[in-house]
Design a protein around this ligand. Structure first.
Ligand code: GN1
Ligand code: MG
Length: 364
């Protein structure tokens, strides 16, 4: 789309909302892979405009409904909790929709907030873990089954593993033939899938909770002193398990470099960051978490790193239909990066488990 057509499109959407279009400017914003995000300025007001990727989120109206339910609940029961809810348009709907343009939502920009892409120190990891823990803790009195499942089977590791295996039969034969080491490693770790199933089959030990399901650091807004303000990117808020949020924090905070890094020698497990995640999450969730959940924090990391390695490799073998690729073999590199991270987590496991046990003792 050319710039003028894009500008008209943004104006058409904004005209549906009670905002002044005066001096409107916008620019792409953030680093998400799925939805397209823009920072919009109208005079001295700022908004976040997001186009919902309907290839991924088949029923965007379910997202709007979930956020409405959560917002209502929080306002009633936890009015002090800061929750960023999308704005209602002139018809009182919190999503803009039209046949040609698809689904968009407009959210107020949180003034004075910033987000970061990589965790620089333990303080940032602590703040993020507090925010994600607080989110689930505040919703402990909300029945998670009231929420619509916006992405069915999103963190279903058994399904992801089965899809991986079937892609090995039906995917791009050249790409598969070149990736034997990665494939062998994934196969060698398949016991993670069995342990994952054990978790899902024991609801008393591992209760279903309201989980965020995308706890990367850029989904936490920080103030100028790097103190947490709130969590954002709420499309995947659904009923789920502790491992989704805890595990994705470990996956994305422990290493000083992200899943995009091509130089795998830079991938490492930062033990103090682990301690900070546990401390922050326990601070908010210690009353809620079961003994079994607390004991399985390191395992949560394994599940999520393993799942992400599988998802990137599967996409590579499927010619990048889901994540897209900014350069040839992009998803292969991302997948191998996650494999390296999992190997390093496995090596660090005894040290991490030791810290975890100390922190469990400290909150008893
Ligand atoms: C996607 O779009 P984004 O960056 O928020 C993906 C996550 C992955 C992540 C990997 C709906 O999240 O599950 O962990 O990429 N979200 C979806 O960077 O597939
Ligand atoms: Mg996301």
């Amino acid at each position: 789309m050319n710039a003028i057509a894009q500008q008209d499109l943004v104006k058409t959407i904004l005209a549906d909302f009670p905002v002044t279009l005066e001096d409107m400017t916008y620019r792409p914003f953030g680093s998400g892979l799925i939805n397209s995000t823009y920072l919009v300025k109208c005079g001295d007001q700022q908004f976040i405009l997001q186009k919902i990727n309907q290839d991924v989120f088949r029923r965007p109206e379910d997202i709007a409904e979930n956020l409405r339910l959560i917002n209502t609940h929080l306002q009633q029961h936890h009015p002090d909790y800061f929750f960023v809810h999308p704005l209602a348009n002139r018809r009182q709907q919190t999503m803009f929709w039209n046949e040609e343009m698809g689904y968009y939502r407009l959210t107020p920009y949180v003034q004075g907030s910033q987000s970061i892409d990589v965790v620089g120190n333990a303080g940032e990891a602590f703040e993020a873990a507090v925010q994600f823990g607080r989110f689930t803790a505040r919703l402990a009195d909300f029945d998670p089954q009231r929420l619509k499942v916006t992405l069915p089977d999103f963190h279903n590791l058994r399904l992801r593993y089965d899809q991986f295996k079937s892609t090995l039969l039906h995917g791009d034969a050249t790409r598969i033939a070149e990736a034997t080491d990665a494939i062998d490693f994934i196969r060698s770790q398949a016991a993670i899938v069995d342990e994952y199933e054990h978790i899902c089959n024991h609801p008393t030990l591992y209760p279903v909770r309201v989980m965020h399901h995308d706890t990367k650091i850029s989904n936490v807004l920080l103030d100028k002193n790097k103190k947490g303000i709130c969590v954002i990117d709420l499309d995947t808020v659904m009923p789920g398990y502790f491992f989704s949020d805890v595990g994705d924090m470990l996956r994305t905070y422990l290493s000083p470099v992200s899943e995009e890094e091509k130089d795998f020698t830079k991938i490492a497990i930062r033990i103090p960051i682990f301690a900070a995640i546990v401390k922050g999450y326990f601070q908010e969730m210690k009353e809620e978490l079961t003994t079994a959940e607390k004991a399985h924090f390191v395992f949560a990391g394994k599940i999520m790193i393993y799942m992400q390695a599988i998802r990137f490799l599967t996409d590579h073998f499927n010619n990048d239909v889901y994540y897209g690729a900014r350069y040839p073999y992009h998803n292969y590199v991302r997948g191998c990066n996650q494999i390296e991270l999992l190997k390093k987590l496995n090596e660090a496991e005894p040290a991490l488990q030791h810290i975890l046990e100390q922190q469990i003792d400290a909150i008893q």
